[in-house]
Design a protein around this ligand. Structure first.
Ligand SMILES: [Zn+2]
Length: 319
């Protein structure tokens, strides 16, 4: 398994948060109109403190799903990784709900400038060679579908991710909209592109209380991301926990992973907004708050370990 500090064995991953962000930005905005709450040195120090605290709380691995389109800067995250005891995992992919930047309109087979699809080259290079000259290799792929559906450019990203996943064995996670039940569309698309659905995590399923939908995703072979604990402005944690407990009762312990989709700094919802409106949306919520709630509700310690240790390791480490 590739991490910011090189390869580690599956057995060393330990408790893993499989869908998080260290920093979320917007590279062009950050260059031209820096966010008033952003200070790089302070942000790096804060991230290092939060991730060190997470280690103290028993978490050993954090997957940073900040891909292209979300201000990925692996060199900056590497500054954090050098200071913290948790394993950080980088990812590749493209975050767009609708269209890609104009560069992609002119590059690729049959386009004005031509050449092979740069998305495939970027994804495979990030996984096999390393990201932006850092030597840090990606351990997960991410794709997005949202309200616009599988647009031409979203299909292009998903196709490239499928090619990269098949070629490298690296798993795919998705950003989905469970209220639109579009994880089913993601599964159909990826299956048709030759991806084994057991290598796919349908993300953001924790936003949903639609049990038949969630069960159908898992019955088709995927793992679902109960990955937004602390995002109580979307769904309160008590209700997120109740869904996990019900699915455990139905026998799905081996098909769920737990995470927050939190960030130590996000330009989308900056620290001042989060402090006022989403105080639990932070890395420590699962170990401090959610695990005790699950245990109180009847989950067994063994089920907790499956969702936090066994399932992430099975997904992250290519067979
Ligand atoms: Zn995310």
């Amino acid at each position: 398994m590739q991490t910011f500090r090189g390869p580690v064995g599956a057995g060393a991953l330990g408790r893993t948060l499989i869908h998080e962000h260290v920093f979320v930005g917007s590279t062009e905005l950050d260059v031209n109109h820096p966010h008033p709450e952003w200070d790089e040195d302070r942000a790096v120090a804060l991230a290092a403190r939060q991730l060190t605290e997470l280690y103290r709380l028993g978490v050993r691995t954090v997957v940073d799903l900040t891909v292209l389109g979300l201000g990925r800067d692996v060199a900056r995250v590497a500054r954090v990784a050098q200071q913290v005891p948790v394993h950080l995992v980088a990812s590749t992919g493209y975050y767009t709900a609708d269209v890609l930047p104009p560069f992609f309109g002119t590059h690729g087979p049959g386009r004005l400038v031509g050449g092979p699809d740069p998305l495939v080259e970027f994804f495979v290079g990030d996984i096999e060679v390393g990201i932006a000259g850092t030597g840090v290799r990606a351990g997960m792929l991410k794709v997005v579908t949202d309200a616009p559906g599988i647009t031409d450019d979203v299909a292009r990203v998903m196709t490239a991710a499928a090619v990269a996943s098949r070629q490298t064995g690296v798993p795919i996670t998705t950003h989905s909209r469970p209220d639109l039940r579009n994880g089913l569309d993601q599964q159909a698309f990826l299956r048709a592109a030759g991806v084994d659905l057991s290598r796919v995590v349908i993300g953001h399923c924790g936003d949903s209380e639609d049990l038949p939908y969630l069960r159908s995703l898992m019955d088709a072979g995927s793992t679902i991301g109960m990955d937004r604990f602390g995002m109580e402005h979307v769904l309160p944690d008590e209700r997120r926990v109740a869904v996990v407990l019900e699915l455990l009762r139905l026998g799905y312990a081996d098909r769920m992973v737990l995470s927050h989709d939190a960030a130590t700094f996000s330009r989308v919802t900056p620290p001042s907004w989060r402090a006022a409106h989403a105080p639990h949306w932070r890395f420590e919520t699962i170990p401090r708050r959610i695990v005790p709630m699950l245990l109180d509700g009847g989950a067994s310690p063994e089920e907790i370990e499956r969702m936090l240790v066994t399932n992430p390791a099975r997904i992250l480490v290519p067979a």
